[in-house]
Design a protein around this ligand. Structure first.
Ligand SMILES: Nc1nc2c(c(=O)[nH]1)N[C@H]1C(S)=C(S)[C@@H](COP(=O)(O)O)O[C@H]1N2
Ligand SMILES: [Mo]
Length: 507
């Protein structure tokens, strides 16, 4: 009874997690994320041995092994649940924690990524709670005085439990299979993405950008570490061969571009730091990558923009919109229809197959992912997604700086303490970063090189630290001569201001 109970409950959980992964178009279900995580944690020599033994089948075999582990664990849970519900349920919770860690390691930390594991464990726990009393009754029997009568009751309760458990198991198979079918779409997308052979470069790190202090955000943000902000609960799935970009509105001649049209045009590649208007002072909604694509200015010139236009309304495949000042798309900056990031096709989460990247503007007014439509228009005539929700119509990035090292709350040794971080004023450039301790005089920090004004800039300050509790603050000055204000303003409606401030203890 116990094993059936455990298997049916775990099956329900697995099915729900697979279904939700499929519905959300995630790259990995929790089960596969766990398998990948196991591969990563396994010593290289063991993996090599495994590959020699299994050839190309190493991954399916590992997933199967993970499943076997799950089956064994759930049998134990079921047997345990006959005696103690609390103990059994806490094993499911523990399994949930492991799955969440695996998802965090292999997929991402967005809410959507965690949802299948959470929902799966919840479903398993509910199924266990529903089935366990029946299983217990089936094991215990009726308990009447007459052994024959007790036997008969046991038979009935056994049958009733098995019928219920069978129903749950059958439901799990159907639901789980649906999830796998839904996941096919994502698999097809990944294959198409993998088959692209783009003539782009990965961009080598320019010399001198690192100030050489571990703990500062590295110059290049990897695809995995790149912050992600969007309203898409399920990632849009657009095959390159299906993708079209319509350019219309106040233009002389409408254009429709295919993916191949983009690849055939003049390639432009650049380092650009993207940041979110919702980034709090000291926050991490900012990342830097090497982008490859086509300049939007060239496309708009070909379409022939009319003189009375002042905005471009861009729309994503899932209906998100943003309005970008026309000037930022037609001047000499590298505003791109980007199809690659760090030398690889965009990841689905970051806008595959094509997105916009515009240096100097917050993402909500410029960085449309999964872009399919550009309408040349006037701000007076449009309302975009966020500007219709109380955010400012224009969103130039505000000059900002952040302390990455030491971490706030850290305890450091007295003497020369390395303080460092990043500063940014995209498309303007950073000319000076200053640090002050305990509201003393501002001290100038050393700067990493600035190969482009469109990316962030590292800074470093050697602080002669004395024993005690101290406060460290940073402020940047940009190439327009503006120095960051200390006035603290919240992110709504057009970005936060204030100096990043941390407390440290020197011992
Ligand atoms: N289609 C679409 N594009 C979008 C968004 C969105 O919600 N949907 N969010 C924007 C916002 S607010 C930001 S900050 C950037 C973030 O891009 P990233 O997720 O690649 O970092 O994308 C922009 N592009
Ligand atoms: Mo954003």
């Amino acid at each position: 009874m116990g094993t059936v109970l455990g298997l049916a409950s775990a099956g329900a959980g697995l099915a729900v997690s697979e279904l939700l992964s499929g519905l959300l178009h995630l790259r990995l279900s929790p089960l596969v994320a766990l398998s990948e995580w196991i591969i990563k944690l396994t010593p290289g020599s063991v993996i090599e041995f495994g590959i020699q033994l299994l050839g190309q089948n190493d991954k399916p075999v590992l997933i199967a092994l993970t499943l076997v582990g799950l089956v064994l664990a759930s049998c134990l849970v079921g047997v345990w649940a006959i005696r103690s519900m609390l103990g059994a349920q806490s094993v499911f919770v523990l399994m949930g924690v492991v799955l969440l860690l695996a998802v965090h390691e292999r997929l991402s930390s967005s809410v959507a990524s965690f949802a299948p594991a959470v929902a799966g464990v919840a479903a398993a726990m509910v199924a266990l709670a529903l089935l366990a009393p029946k299983a217990r009754a089936a094991v215990a029997g009726g308990g009447g005085a007459d052994p024959a009568e007790a036997g008969a009751t046991q038979d009935t309760s056994r049958r009733s439990f098995l019928r219920l458990a069978g129903g749950v198991a059958l439901g799990a198979v159907v639901v789980g299979a649906t999830g796998r079918v839904l996941a096919q779409g994502r698999a097809v997308l990944e294959t198409a993405r993998g088959n692209l052979n783009l003539a782009v470069t990965a961009g080598s790190k320019p010399s001198g950008v690192d100030v050489g202090l571990a703990g500062i955000a590295p110059w290049r943000t990897s695809q995995e570490r790149f912050y992600r902000i969007d309203t898409a609960l399920s990632v849009p799935q657009i095959l390159p061969i299906e993708w079209r970009l319509r350019v219309h509105g106040k233009v002389e001649s409408e254009l429709t571009l295919t993916y191949q049209d983009l690849l055939d045009r003049q390639l432009t590649e650049a380092w650009v730091t993207l940041c979110c208007v919702s980034n709090e002072v000291g926050g991490d909604l900012i990342s830097n990558a090497w982008w490859s694509g086509v300049r939007i200015a060239d496309v708009l010139r070909e379409a022939g923009v009319s003189a009375d236009a002042d905005a471009v309304l861009s729309t994503s495949e899932d209906g998100w919109t943003c309005g970008t000042p026309l000037g930022a798309l037609t001047d000499d900056r590298n505003a791109l229809l980007a199809f690659a990031m760090n030398g690889e096709p965009l990841t689905p989460e970051h806008g595959f197959p094509v997105r916009m990247v515009v240096p100097g503007l917050y993402g909500y007014v410029s960085a449309t992912k999964w872009v399919v439509d550009l309408e040349v228009t006037r701000f007076a005539d449009i309302e975009a997604f966020w500007t219709g929700n109380g955010w400012a119509e224009e969103g130039p990035v505000k000059t900002q700086s952040r302390i990455d090292v030491p971490m706030g709350g850290a305890t450091v040794r007295a003497g020369d303490v390395a303080v460092g971080g990043i500063a940014w004023a995209q498309h303007t450039g950073i000319t000076k970063v200053e640090v002050r301790v305990d509201e003393g005089a501002w001290q100038q920090a050393e700067l990493g090189s600035e190969p482009t004004t469109d990316s962030w800039r590292q800074w470093f300050y050697a602080w002669p630290a004395t024993i005690g509790d101290h406060q460290i603050q940073v402020r940047a000055t940009d190439a327009s001569g503006y120095t960051q204000t200390g006035d603290e303003v919240d992110v709504v409606p057009d970005g936060a201001t204030g100096w990043h401030t941390i407390d440290v203890t020197v011992s």
